[in-house]
Design a protein around this ligand. Structure first.
Ligand code: G5P
Ligand code: MG
Length: 255
């Protein structure tokens, strides 16, 4: 049974905290709370954009895929259990991902970004039952043929989740992680036939969530083919969102 504090807790080893003041844009005040989700197909650049968001705005980056891969790497029972799902391009069962994340959680700060979760209606409903509706949901809408090409040259450092791309952001030393110098490798689920299955799963199970968030009035969509082009628009949007969240809070205090 998941405690009612489920989502107020954090994900110990996979939450990447960033100093709250780091790179904060000068024209905005730091919102004291901000909760956001990044959605998008596999390979759409969620991790790439999320990393920039978290660094710029001081959010904690919570990555469901990294949580699962860590379990696999440590060869835990749960890690073994999820391997078949991940390697076939399916989603792991809702109950399993919720229980797995609950084990990884500690207290999370008031400002965070969820990357890869929720991915189904039951996951979204569970999340919002616990924390209420989030402040914003960013969706990356990238053509599937662009995604398939990107994923062909993706390499990752499994232990940290650091992601490279031989063309877009290559490591400083070929096939070595920039921080540890350890080898970087391909994700087993990045093989072309698994990528096709993941894209199909996304269409069927996760894309319908867009309507859910659209109706809730929190969805902001970004279309394009290059993360470097999309990023300034995401940044501008979040600055405005955080400023308005903060001034709403000030107005409430004054009233
Ligand atoms: P993950 O780990 O959440 P996906 O499938 O959602 O995996 P993925 O593959 O991590 O998403 P991304 O984060 O959207 O992709 O994209 P990215 O890594 O930033 O970018 C992809 C590549 O393109 C990188 O090499 C990057 O450098 C490069 N790139 C970025 N921008 C550009 C650009 O502009 N140009 C170029 N040329 N390259 C660029 O989930 C994995 C599995 O875990 C399970 C499922 O089985 C899932 O399949 N899972 C869950 N199951 C159930 N419920 C959940 N909530 C689950 N979460 C995970
Ligand atoms: Mg990712």
């Amino acid at each position: 049974m998941i405690s009612s504090l489920f989502f107020i807790l954090s994900f110990s080893s996979v939450v990447q905290a960033h100093p709250l003041t780091l790179n904060f844009p000068s024209n905005m005040s730091a919102a004291s709370t901000f909760r956001t989700i990044i959605l998008g197909a596999p390979g759409s650049g969620k991790g790439t954009i999320a990393e920039r968001v978290c660094k710029t705005f001081g959010l904690q980056h919570i990555v469901s895929g990294d949580i699962l891969r860590k379990q696999q790497q440590e060869n835990t029972e749960l890690g073994k259990e999820v391997t078949n799902y991940i390697s076939s391009g399916a989603l792991v069962p809702d109950e399993l991902i919720i229980s797995l994340m609950s084990k990884e959680m500690k207290t999370v700060g008031p400002k965070w970004l969820l990357d890869g979760f929720p991915r189904t209606f039951p996951q979204a409903e569970k999340l919002h039952k616990e924390v209420g509706m989030v402040d914003s949901v960013i969706n990356l809408d990238i053509p599937f043929d662009v995604i398939r090409k990107r994923i062909e040259s993706r390499y990752i450092h499994f232990a940290s989740g650091r992601t490279y791309n031989l063309e877009f952001n290559p490591p400083k030393v070929p096939f070595k992680d920039d921080v540890t110098g350890e080898p970087i490798t391909r994700r087993p689920d990045d093989e072309p036939e698994v990528v096709m299955a993941r894209l199909k799963t996304y269409r069927e199970r996760t894309e319908p969530l867009l309507d859910y968030y659209r109706k809730a009035g929190v969805l902001k969509e970004f279309q394009g083919t290059e993360s470097n082009v999309i990023w300034p628009f995401v940044k501008e949007y979040l600055e405005a969102q955080m400023n308005s969240a903060e001034s709403n809070k000030r107005d409430k205090k004054r009233a």
